[in-house]
Design a protein around this ligand. Structure first.
Ligand SMILES: [Zn+2]
Length: 47
């Protein structure tokens, strides 16, 4: 079971592994599969 992320814009739920993309600078961005919004520095449970 992967953690679920809920899009703050449209409320779509998706597995974290499918919607979070790690950047080379270690930032993480969220790309919603439903509304295609992009959110930087979304909170995760990491660390
Ligand atoms: Zn969305």
């Amino acid at each position: 079971m992967l953690p679920i992320v809920i899009c703050p814009d449209c409320g779509q739920q998706a597995e974290m592994d499918q919607v979070l993309t790690a950047q080379s600078n270690q930032n993480v961005i969220y790309i919603c599969p439903s509304c295609s919004c992009v959110i930087r520095n979304i909170e995760t449970n990491k660390g």
